[in-house]
Design a protein. Structure first.
Length: 114
């Protein structure tokens, strides 16, 4: 699994990619302006374990998958750059804290950001 930022594609979706001897599925959320965007690559062997993909914005995506008896909540976020207005940064982090708070405390979750 790998999280990526600056996908720079419009809209949202999923797409298979081939690598040497392997295949990955990218779940992504882009923007209208072909800027920003986030995504999560999942190895083909785990794709059937994905139970939902929640696309909150072009800067936040949550992928839920079941491995064994564990429900994993994988978050990928793309924080506003340091030059962006404080209001935009605050709105972003409020959004992140909002959807993280909906994960039950006994469930596993990962917040991934680069």
């Amino acid at each position: 699994m790998a999280c990526v930022q600056e996908v720079r594609w419009r809209g949202s979706g999923c797409r298979l990619f081939d690598a040497i001897g392997k295949r990955y599925k990218l779940f992504w959320m882009g923007s209208k302006a072909n800027t920003d965007g986030v995504g999560i690559f999942v190895a083909e062997k785990w794709v059937d374990s994905v139970v939902s993909v929640e696309r909150h914005s072009e800067k936040a995506l949550v992928l839920k998958m079941v491995l064994g008896d564990c429900l994993l909540n994988i978050f990928t976020v793309y924080a506003p750059h340091s030059g962006k207005p404080d209001e935009k940064k605050e709105r972003f982090w409020n959004e992140v804290f909002h959807f993280v708070s909906y994960v039950p405390q006994k469930k596993w979750w990962y917040l991934l950001e680069t």
